[in-house]
Design a protein around this ligand. Sequence first.
Ligand SMILES: Cc1ncc(COP(=O)(O)O)c(C=O)c1O
Length: 407
Amino acid sequence: MALDTHQHDKSGLDVAALRADTRGCTNVVHLNNAGSALPPSVVVDTMVEHLRLEELIGGYEAHARAGDRINAVRDSIGALLDTSGSNIALSNSATDSWDRAFVAIKFANDYGPGTRILASSSEYASNVLPVMQLSRHLGVQLEFIPDDATGVTDVAALESMLDDNVAAVLINHCPSQNGLINPVAAIGHALARAQSNAWYLVDACQSVGQLPVDAVAVGADFLSVTGRKFVRGPRGTGFMYCSPRALSELEPFPADLFGTTWTPDGYTMRSDAQRFEAWEKSYAAILGLGAAVDYSLTLGLDAIKQRINYLAKEMRCMLDEIPGIKVLDRGIEKSGIITLRHERVDSAVIVAGLKELGINVSLGTPEYSQVDYLAHGVTSMVRVSPHIYNTLEELERCAEVVRGLSS
Ligand SMILES: Cc1ncc(COP(=O)(O)O)c(C=O)c1O
């Protein structure tokens, strides 16, 4: 397949080099980076090297030998989020991060029928289901924030919903099921303006790695991320940013001896974000995650954003020209997630047809985000999510197959 070595995207990234760094590019047309991206080879090589060391000298001994490199992973993630490594906790997934934050908030507060929790309409199921449990069992009110005319969270509407009973505000930065980008920094400012005491949780699972995210500028108390998507790390990794307020006011529950020390008089907790970490981890995976983050930092998040934007824009243009296809993405500024459906052809048929020809995309269904799907009358969708190593030719091939399946 010929490469689009003409860099129309102006990112300055060397696409041939990116593809040479990514072994999977020779195997598949991978347009499912919002599911789990192809990692650069350095990620897998780093993991294998550490696993070999564990095999040869023992797990604890390999950990000790890698000590400084493991600590450096939090600093690299801190650099990715424009913050300090001391505000970063490692976890196993975005949901694991989210749950650690959510349980700590719940542990610090008495929730009851007067408690309100506000959420963006595009919220991911695992972020909302625990609130639904609190609704069912404690009477907590879960309220969805309306979207504005462009389709993103309406900041003014959110401001008008705030009062002293709002315990938490949950916002999805880039949803799984739509190419919109929610105005998370504007929401952070609105909460500060209103002097709200609500905890602000941002799901940055799909945004970190595909665009620059400044955790402090967002104003979130917690920002949860997974390793395997646009960050291009291994599966089973995740991390979260914890704000100074979160670190001074909240305890993880239940406490783990990694971040909490059992003393003769009781217990003491670490003052940094590692208080939210568990003792046992896959250090091979963490080192792999660190390699992925360092790879992105070397390329630069502005360049990565530019290339993904360019590819996503081209893809939307190609899809717009196919009769019967509707691109569903809302908002003015869009992410690298492209969502579509055909007016007659089942989305599952399109996904399966592409798969048969070696093109990976994914199928979206309402149980991942009921409110968003219901509000827009969508029952299923095809999601195409390119990354920097994808080429225009791959996108054209994808569009051609969609056209064939649509006729
Ligand atoms: C927007 C969003 N939030 C959260 C998650 C959950 O991530 P994880 O599976 O790492 O817990 C996903 C996964 O697809 C997602 O797309």
